[in-house]
Design a binder for this molecule. Sequence first.
Ligand code: V47
Ligand code: SF4
Length: 364
Amino acid sequence: MINKTIQEKVFANQRIKEEEALELFHTKDIHTLGRLANHVRRRWNGDKAYYIVNKHINYSNVCIDSCKFCAFSRKIGKEGGFTYSIEAMVQKAQEGADAGAIEIHIVGGLHPRLPYEYYLDLLKTLKQRFPHIVLKCFTAVEISHLAKRSRQSIDAVLRDLKEAGLDFLPGGGAEMFSEQVRDVICPRKLYVDEWVDVHKAAHRLGIPTNATMLYGHIETAEDIIDHLHHIRTLQDESGGVVTFIPLKFQPENTPLGGTLSTGLTDLRVHAISRIYLDNIPHLKAYWTMLGVKCAQTLLLFGADDFDGTVINEKIVHMAGAKSPKILTVSTIRRIIEETGLTPVERDTFFHPVQREAPLPAAIA
Ligand code: V47
Ligand code: SF4
């Protein structure tokens, strides 16, 4: 049974404290937890459940870092490493455009040699060729890497990227902010203050961002609440976070290894994120990592966004995810409709999309 005070607070749209969120973590009363999360979800999004026609492109998996949870990265010159030329990226973006994508999500490794101009030219070329497509590119870690490599401030890098065509920052690189966890799973990665600084700088420049949390490895419930606390504080201060995305750790082929989190853990993490992050409009059930069935259920436990068609994601699939490489729009709509919610096609900024022409058959 969940403490009445917590229930009353959530139903009265009041903020819960960290110790209350922690209490929710230990409850066996999953149905009430779901009702609370659903209340917050409905306050923000009514009965709408969103999806987007998008494409993921990874420009390179060459990376100077060696995060223990990563199956994607390769050291420069090693087998399995790839880096796409700008022409190859344009070709991949064209495949997305041909499939009706209105967002391209681009992230990659921390490449030791790719020149700063590559990133600017990439954005400029894609924006010129596909002016109607939103470019959601580069995690805070990549931005920090570019600042170091080009010996400029975060702010200067973001300004250059924005001028070149950057519209939105994805939420990656946050992993788990707790130092004890970070020291084990990604000891060389930037710490919480720097991750937050990149997002604040982006918000100041009018670039909205997402925020993520990698869970299901060595973290405790306290680590999760600590992570959520940093995200809620960031949002109180700068207000530019659009969607929070819990990322379920995929252990296969990674040095960290381990087993997948259970369905109930996935449910708790999403529901508690929705309840605690009362200042972030959207919560994503990222089906690529959760699996389609679990992501569907989470639409009734706090999530309002089903992400999208995704089209050929690599990071998760190289770590053993068994989810499909793509979902068609009719499949996504059927999945949402079965929950009793209303499917709404959105753009990156959550504006509803009215299509003038039908989508190509392969994606429809
Ligand atoms: O930061 C890497 C994660 C992130 C694994 O903003 C893994 O809409 C699970 O930023 N198991 C990058 N996760 C991806 C990212 C993202 C993804 C989806 C949506 C959005 C968005 C952003 O991928 C990394 C890391 O946390 N990751 N390896 C793995 N084995
Ligand atoms: Fe590199 Fe990102 Fe993989 Fe870490 S998660 S090793 S930074 S590609």
